[in-house]
Design a protein. Sequence first.
Length: 79
Amino acid sequence: MSDRLITRIGRALYGDQWKGPTARELEVQKGTVDDWDRGRMEPLAKHYVRLLAIAEARLALLQRVVAELRAHVSGSPRA
């Protein structure tokens, strides 16, 4: 398993089958993402900027859902 940043963020966002969704989101070929994963090429700054925006949006959504879940659990008689 690669320890590259692109691999870690891809897996965090999309799971084990991350290359296809990452390629679609960044509008590049899946082979390009594979090259990034294998260290043959590096993503451009614009690709990291886009992934950062996606990760931040996902984080914000998760924080809202966690707060809602926390409120639900704390109000539950079985808490």
